[in-house]
Design a protein around this ligand. Structure first.
Ligand code: ADP
Length: 395
């Protein structure tokens, strides 16, 4: 068997992984992918599928049997050790924050790991988890090369004006600036468009990554010009449990009411967004199926704010040629895409109803001035490719 690359995406409630075989310097073949879900919750599970989608393993655990990320890592590591004969040639990690220094994927050294650790306060709920497996491998298998791939790096092409907040310089100097996230997804979309729709890829594109987390990004010739997420992954579009753009005065008001830091953090990361607005669920499918007025309000709010942000991003793109929907909601919900596009008809967006309801690649009507597309994202593939490029000295 050829060498393999292991891709790891460690979050607070799930640990996702993929194995790609290195079949050539520029060539990877997807072997298998799996995840430990429900970490720290009542119904942990472990599931792995091969490249054809056949289930290789599927286990349910007792409540409390996978209490934390460390337990999930043990499950993944022991499964991989039994199934994959040699250690991976490299491990590629999804790291949410690369700060000001990281403009591309890099081989992890002690110095880089210390820098990435120093960014934990900038993404408290993600960075620490993302780095946990990097530390474990560094400690136990120091000979394995590790590559860090960042959600922020793709946006480092943005203009200085776009990167700023209207705050005194000292805050910018301390790192309070718009970093942007979902960069691995937008990089995939930019590359995929270049493969399948090169004309579109060269133009002014706004891509909307609408999943549990949501953002939109203005791309010109595949380069990021502006994105809706900023200093943290709280800004921009409303999301499953995060509010998106929020007047900073609301947070001041909460402090004045006696709410503490942890309470506000929990509210903004876990109890707001679709979940907070509807009082029903953070899951878009549940809200779309509900007859409740609050569920309708949440869906309307989502569609309105996404459309409004897309219109705003046209300034950075200096116009608009194409709109791309991706991620869980963007790839699978004709209703949400239609709700957003209806609010952009004045801009020249018109959907083809049949193509939209079939989640087809091109969903705009033939006479639509703006092409509208559905392109499934694949962040793990970007990590695998970049990891391969780094270890082959091509990045
Ligand atoms: P993440 O990777 O950020 O956890 P995903 O990209 O998987 O999120 O998106 C999850 C979201 O996609 C959930 O809100 C889910 O309800 C939504 N979703 C998935 N399929 C559909 C569908 N057919 N219609 C509407 N929403 C969907």
């Amino acid at each position: 068997m050829n060498d393999v690359i292991l891709v790891v995406n460690a979050g607070s409630s799930s640990l996702k992984f993929q194995v790609h075989e290195i079949t050539g310097v520029n060539d990877l073949s997807f072997m298998l992918g799996g995840q430990v879900s429900g970490i720290g919750g009542g119904r942990p599970s472990f599931r792995v599928k091969d490249g054809q989608g056949a289930v290789l393993d599927d286990r349910a655990y007792e409540p409390g049997q996978v209490p934390d990320l460390s337990a999930a890592q043990d499950i993944m590591a022991s499964w991989l050790q039994q199934r994959i004969p040699a250690p991976p040639a490299a491990v590629g990690h999804r790291i949410v924050h690369g700060g000001q220094r990281m403009t591309r994927s890099v081989l992890v050294s002690q110095d880089i790991l210390e820098y990435l650790d120093s960014l934990v306060p900038l993404a408290p709920l993600h960075q620490h988890n993302n780095l946990a497996p990097v530390h474990v491998i560094f400690e136990h298998w120091p000979e394995i090369r590790q590559v860090a791939c960042f959600d922020t790096a793709f946006h480092r092409t943005q203009d200085k004006v776009v990167e700023r907040f209207a705050l005194p310089q000292e805050f910018y100097d301390q790192g309070v600036r718009r970093y942007g996230f979902h960069g691995l997804s937008y990089q995939y979309i930019a590359g995929r468009l270049a493969e399948i729709l090169p004309e579109v890829a060269r133009g002014r594109v706004i891509a909307a990554h609408l999943g549990s987390g949501a953002s939109a990004c203005a791309l010109v010739n595949g380069v990021s010009r502006e994105t809706t997420m900023g200093f943290t992954a709280l800004d921009g579009l409303p999301m499953g449990t995060r509010p998106g753009r929020l007047d900073a005065g609301v947070v001041l008001w909460m402090l004045e009411q006696g709410m503490g830091h942890d309470e506000i953090q929990d509210l903004l990361y876990n109890r707001s967004g679709m979940k907070g607005l509807s009082g029903i669920s953070n899951d878009m499918r549940t809200l779309l199926a509900s007859e409740e007025t609050s569920a309708r309000l949440a869906v309307d709010y989502f569609n309105y704010r996404v459309a409004e942000s897309i219109a705003g991003l046209c300034v950075a793109a200096e116009g608009l040629d194409a709109l791309v929907f991706t991620a869980g909601v963007g790839e699978n919900s004709p209703e949400i895409r239609a709700g957003i596009c209806r609010r952009l008809e004045w801009l020249g967006v018109r959907l083809d109803e049949t193509a939209n309801s079939g989640n087809q690649l091109r969903i705009s009507a033939p006479d639509s001035r703006i092409g509208v597309y559905v392109v499934p994202t694949n962040e793990e593939l970007v990590i695998a490719r970049q990891t391969s490029d780094v270890i082959h000295g091509m990045l």
